[in-house]
Write a protein that binds this ligand. Structure first.
Ligand code: PEP
Ligand code: MN
Length: 365
């Protein structure tokens, strides 16, 4: 997928990072126009609006449908701004194209379903329009990649991924928990793929939109999609997370944009020294791991000779407890140390099981 095009090739984008803003849903012609006019006064590249709303429970506002596209076409023509809408089936694609939308996006509830994504991909064959693929609602990297691949295979080369957080059963301060590492993993598999963030659906509340946006920009995201409504409290969907155009302007103003590189010689030389130190430490970590592994191998042989099981739960509990304590004394986060030792311990068990079961395969593999 090397020929996925950079976001700068999208004719509707002239600079990065950029922002897409607009209401969660188009509600009335007046609401859409007033909101978008307010947005135009801010530094916004593209408008958005939901036309068909995928609501979790029935009986709530489900979008205005085709008429919303008619309003959006008028608004975007009058304000001279490009517009993006969500599509969830072939008919939506056909209508979005009929009303000259500039960008399409696939929502989180559609990305989870390969049938839906394939239907959209088939409807896009031979069409030249950028498509944004939101992450699926569950933290499944393969599903997200699969949706991107389906769109790519339909011939679309202008694709961006959009991180909107993942749903979880536990209550958290976020509506959808951001999992920055999943987006980073996606980016390392598909390095050309532009990456956007939707802080509104991650946050769920207005006060978290700025910190989430800042985090995305610090991670070098190419753009943000922020839900905006001229009177958010009266919004028919996602009222708590929508901001006024004025607040949108303040948020964008407050975001600090940092460079990925610097021309400052001194900075670059200090950076290089620090990176060399980190390289050395990483090497030491791996050497320690290798030393640990040879002890684990010996331990495996010893357990085998004495006919003792690989896993002893009291030992595991002790390892887990003491390492967390040692870590806290060293100012390391308990959760991080826990995860690290779970990984190390799982590997020890895997190696020892091979020894105990006399695997023909070499243990180090
Ligand atoms: C939306 O952007 O309005 C939307 C429905 O988002 P998501 O698919 O991320 O839930
Ligand atoms: Mn919404």
């Amino acid at each position: 997928m090397e020929d996925i095009q950079s976001i700068k090739s999208w004719k509707v984008i002239n600079d990065v990072p950029f922002a897409i803003a607009g209401p969660c849903s188009a509600e009335t012609e007046e609401q859409l126009y007033t909101t978008c006019k307010g947005i135009k006064a801010q530094d916004i590249t593209m408008l958005r609006a939901g036309i068909w709303k995928p609501r979790t429970r029935p009986g709530t506002f489900e979008g205005v449908g085709e008429i919303g596209l008619e309003w959006m076409e008028k608004v975007k023509t009058e304000l001279e701004m490009p517009a993006a809408v969500e599509v969830a089936n072939a008919k939506h694609v056909e209508l979005a194209l009929k009303y000259n939308m500039d960008v399409l996006w696939i929502g989180a509830r559609s990305t989870v379903n390969p049938f839906t994504v394939q239907e959209i991909a088939d409807a896009l064959k031979g069409v030249d329009i950028p498509v944004i693929v939101k992450n699926p609602i569950n933290p499944d990297l393969a599903l997200w990649k699969g949706a991107i691949e389906r769109i790519y295979m339909s011939g679309i080369k202008q694709i961006a991924a959009l991180h909107r957080g993942f749903s979880s059963f536990e209550k958290t301060k976020y509506r959808n928990v951001p999992m920055w590492q999943i987006a980073i993993a996606l980016k390392s598999d598909m390095p050309n793929l532009p990456l956007l963030c939707d802080p509104s659906h991650i946050a769920g509340t207005r006060d978290l939109i700025l910190p989430v946006s800042q985090k995305a920009i610090d991670l070098n995201y190419d753009g943000l999609m922020i839900e905006t409504h001229y009177d958010p409290d009266k919004a028919l969907s996602d009222a708590k997370q929508q901001v006024t155009p004025h607040r949108l302007g303040e948020i964008l103003e407050a975001i600090k944009i940092r460079q990925t590189t610097s021309d400052n010689q001194e900075f670059n030389s200090i950076l290089e020294t620090m990176r060399n130190q980190i390289d050395n430490i990483d090497r030491e970590i791996l050497e320690s791991m290798a030393a640990r592994k040879s002890l684990v191998d010996k331990l495996g042989e010893y357990k085998k000779e004495n006919n003792v099981t690989v896993f002893q739960s009291n030992r595991w509990l002790e390892v887990f407890k003491t390492r967390a304590e040692w870590g806290s004394q060293l100012n390391l986060q308990k959760e991080f140390v826990g995860k690290l030792f779970k990984l190390i311990h799982d590997e020890s068990i895997r190696l020892q099981s091979k020894i105990l079961n006399n695997d023909k395969e070499k243990v180090s593999k």
